[in-house]
Design a protein around this ligand. Structure first.
Ligand SMILES: [Ca+2]
Ligand SMILES: [Ca+2]
Ligand SMILES: [Ca+2]
Length: 500
């Protein structure tokens, strides 16, 4: 074993008490006699910050949805408790931590105050939190080990351990290392001291030589929820397996173990549906389906199908499901959107357009709706002898409503006209005596198509004769109503008389 190139830091005010394994350096420390000796042992460090290119960088980017989590978790944050005592070393000392060393460290455990020089590399203490940090030399007469431990009672809760550390070292080319140094964080069984789990491990790479490597402050965070209900020892260890392979430096600060109430309920999912509501659960416009996913106790870590969707097409039922997961479990909500923005179709059929007085009118109204279906129809149609409707134009109107509340209307028109043959047919239908009927029909023909000069006078004369003959039949072959109707039709046959 080579002669140590420095004097061990034992005794004096800086060393408060001894344990079997080594010396505890208590309180703020600056450059010491050890450091001067140490500088003689190792040539001045070539201070090159190369860690960005050769060391894995900590991933501190937040997980997906973290911002949502932060916002939702605010309600629970007031119940968070830090289980670590003096985790930032702001008492200026270690207690209740137990700091020990096995072997002969170049620089023992110490508490560095902000702005003071600590360790071999003349590092200015810059605690990431508060005014103090813990440090040690991380090299010396190996094999060597630094330990910093605290017992913690872990409740059944969401448990998050976090800390920040920084490592600086320089391998010397004249005594190259064959084994890496380790910086480990472990959980130990308090009775057996068996390692329950290694929470973090950093191994110094074995190259380069004669270059100072500085990791900078590395934030760490580990979920310890699975250890709830146990008592454990939290141990920070730095292991130096070989002697004097080069100086090293370790800093530690801002240790916390946050306990938050466990989330026992899955996220609450609220569907938000906007659109014009019709009847019977139907929408009659575009529908926007969106969701509010809320969990005040823990982060919503996963959502499926919770995106905003616009339903722009008619559907008899489209199902949407939003599923969300937090530490409290998974919940899902489904809803069905029915969209019918199409009015029903109202249609008239059987309309011949023009009817003579002896014709029968038979017009049927129908309505159909391919989606929600017809709810009600106000469209009677028409079946009647044309003569009963009177001469002229007639219009039928109809409307219908579908189950969604959409309505539509339609109309159709037809005309009833009188012609001599048509009126004649009516007379033949009504007057059983052929001779009587024929006499009337001849006069009708003469009214409609007068011959020779003075046609208008001829037509008027025929009309007078026809009306007189008609009156004579009242009570015998024809009813008073039939006499009146036939009279009006005959008048309409006179050329130049507008029908209707
Ligand atoms: Ca601190
Ligand atoms: Ca919850
Ligand atoms: Ca419809």
């Amino acid at each position: 074993m080579p002669r140590p190139p420095y004097r061990r830091s034992v005794g004096g005010l800086a060393c408060l008490f001894f344990l079997a394994w080594g010396c505890i350096d208590q309180g703020p420390a600056g450059p010491s006699q050890d450091l001067r000796t140490l500088r003689q042992a190792y040539p001045p460090a070539q201070s090159v910050d190369v860690h960005r290119s050769i060391l894995p960088q900590p991933d501190v980017s937040p997980p997906p949805g973290a911002s949502t989590v932060m916002a939702l978790a605010q309600g629970a944050s007031s119940q968070a408790t830090d289980l670590i005592l003096n985790g930032s070393f702001e008492t200026g000392g270690f207690a209740p931590w137990v700091a020990t060393v096995v072997g002969g460290p170049l620089v023992p455990w110490g508490i560095g105050r902000k702005g003071t020089i600590v360790g071999y590399f003349s590092t200015v203490a810059q605690p990431p939190h508060g005014s103090y940090l813990a440090y040690n030399g991380f090299d010396g007469s190996g094999p060597m080990e630094f330990r910093l431990e605290q017992s913690v009672v872990l409740p059944r809760a969401k448990l998050t351990l976090s800390w920040k550390d920084r490592l600086i070292w320089q391998w010397v080319s004249y005594r190259p290392p064959s084994q890496p140094r380790l910086a480990r964080v472990e959980l130990l069984d308090p009775v057996t001291r068996q390692v329950l789990t290694v929470l973090d491990e950093f191994q110094t790479p074995l190259r380069p030589f004669n270059v100072t490597v500085d990791t900078g402050w590395r934030p760490h965070s580990v979920d310890l929820t699975g250890y709830g209900g146990r008592v454990v020892i939290l141990a920070f260890r730095q292991v130096v397996p070989q002697s004097y392979t080069g100086p090293g430096h370790f800093e530690l600060d801002e240790i916390s173990l946050i306990a938050e109430p466990l989330d026992l309920s899955p996220p609450v999912i609220l569907p938000v549906v906007t659109g014009v509501q019709g009847t019977d659960g139907w929408y009659t416009s575009d529908v926007v389906v969106s969701w509010q996913v809320v969990d005040p106790e823990s982060a919503v870590t996963r959502t499926v199908g919770c995106e905003t969707v616009v339903v722009a097409e008619d559907t008899s039922g489209r199902v949407f499901t939003c599923e969300a997961t937090s530490e409290g479990g998974t919940s899902s909500v489904s809803l069905t959107v029915k969209r019918d923005a199409s009015p029903p179709l109202v249609r008239f059929s059987g309309n011949a357009g023009t009817y003579d007085v002896h014709h029968a009118v038979s017009i049927v109204c129908t309505a159909e709706d391919t989606l929600s279906g017809i709810q009600s129809l106000d469209c009677p149609g028409l079946v009647a002898p044309a003569w009963t409707l009177g001469l002229g134009e007639h219009t039928l109107r109809g409307s219908a409503w579908d189950r969604a509340g959409n309505s539509a209307w339609s109309e159709t028109s037809f005309e009833v006209v009188a012609t001599a043959p048509g009126v004649c047919t009516l007379i033949q239908n009504w007057v059983a005596n052929r001779g009587v009927a024929n006499s009337l029909c001849v006069k009708l023909q003469a009214i409609a198509a007068p011959q020779g000069k003075g046609e208008a006078r001829s037509s008027a004369g025929q009309l007078t004769a026809f009306l007189q003959e008609l009156s004579a039949l009242e009570g015998k072959w024809l009813s008073p109503e039939q006499v009146e109707v036939l009279g009006s039709f005959a008048r309409a046959l006179v050329p130049g008389v507008r029908q209707g």
